[in-house]
Design a protein around this ligand. Structure first.
Ligand code: ACO
Length: 311
């Protein structure tokens, strides 16, 4: 009976073991995982756009090779995650259609424009830094395929973070104009980076259940705090100012106090009204539509030779 299955399922989670695709799981657990893993996959794929537009404008061959590798990694991350989602019984086609029609979300951060090459550095440092903070704990998430995908993703994210920080370090050693570009970029990306962790805990409808299921292992506010504490010394070493007048070390807590992002802006972006939402989704839709002939050809080929791939 259901209650017994549920008890066995919860016992696996409580001993920090993993749920695998063929194991019994509550429908709501499956739904929450499809929601989170799909949103995560979509974020990787949509996340190629803000940087992809700069590949042709990279200032040197070295910078171009780095950026190209990073954007390709993001495509790979999207694919690992779509594969993990597929083990839950949804197809990539369904997921892509849910993204394009606005039924599924992707990270708010990718709805902000990239205005200068310094943004390539800031995205690596802050956006990928925030992603690592959020994703390292997910390596131990309760659903096996998701956790295993995260291990490889985190290794690649570390390279992304490093290349961004290195780019900014180089610019900070340059001219006054370059230093100003870095500061301006950090000013724009700091608050949206804090928003990546999701709404404050008391406004996060999913956190409690996701923690009980071991899907999330930390709350949104816990990870946001970790990210702020990690970023402050890095900003100092870089020589930039984080644009938060309330940012101060709290000796008693052993952590930084900091200001709140504009949560009204966050919800607008999540609802689809951010600066680049329409553009990002339209671009993805065009790529999906333009690729229809490839999917059709692959299916026709598989049907023709019995799916053996010509072997
Ligand atoms: N951008 C867009 N939507 C968000 C964001 C965000 N930054 N934060 C929260 N939301 C959405 C949630 O998806 C949820 O909506 P839904 O119920 O319709 O799905 C709603 O806001 C309320 O938030 P929570 O209850 O806090 O949602 P959840 O428990 O899923 O926590 C979080 C949100 C922290 C983003 C979680 O889903 C997560 O850890 N996801 C995996 C990491 C990820 O997706 N990273 C993508 C960006 S990093 C990168 O690609 C480089």
């Amino acid at each position: 009976p259901e209650a017994e299955l549920e008890a066995r399922f919860q016992a696996v989670i409580d001993r920090k073991d993993r749920i695998e695709p063929r194991d019994w799981m509550p429908d709501a657990y499956r739904r929450t995982l499809v929601r989170q893993v799909a949103q995560h996959a979509h974020s990787e794929i949509i996340g190629m756009q803000p940087e992809g537009g700069w590949i042709g404008r990279a200032p040197s061959l070295r910078r171009k090779a780095i950026l190209l590798a990073k954007v390709q990694d993001e495509a790979g991350h999207g694919l690992y995650l779509y594969s993990a989602a597929e083990t839950l019984g949804v197809s990539r086609q369904e997921l892509t259609e849910a993204l394009i029609s606005g039924r599924q979300k992707y990270s708010s951060i990718f709805n902000y424009p990239t205005l200068s090459y310094a943004d390539m550095g800031t995205i690596g440092w802050l956006v990928d830094g925030a992603a690592i903070c959020n994703q390292v704990p997910l390596c131990r998430t309760s659903f096996g395929p998701y956790g295993r995908a995260m291990i490889r993703i985190c290794k690649e994210e570390s390279f992304h973070q490093r290349q961004g920080y290195e780019l900014l370090t180089t610019m900070m050693r340059g001219t006054d104009e370059q230093r100003a570009m870095v500061q301006e970029s950090v000013d724009r990306f700091w608050w949206p980076s804090l928003m990546m962790f999701g709404p404050p805990d008391d406004e996060s409808p999913n956190t409690a259940q996701s923690m009980a299921w071991g899907v999330k292992t930390h709350t949104n506010d816990e990870l946001r705090q970790r990210f702020v504490d990690m970023s402050v010394p890095q900003a100092k070493a870089l020589g930039v100012t984080l644009p938060d007048p309330d940012l101060v070390w709290n000796e008693e807590r052993g952590a930084h106090d900091f200001g709140q992002p504009d949560w009204a802006e966050f919800w607008e972006v999540v609802k689809g009204n951010g600066p680049c939402n329409a553009q990002r989704v339209a671009h993805r839709k065009k790529a999906w539509d333009d690729g229809a002939w490839v999917r059709e050809a692959a299916l026709a080929f598989a049907a023709h030779d019995g799916g053996t791939g010509g072997a």
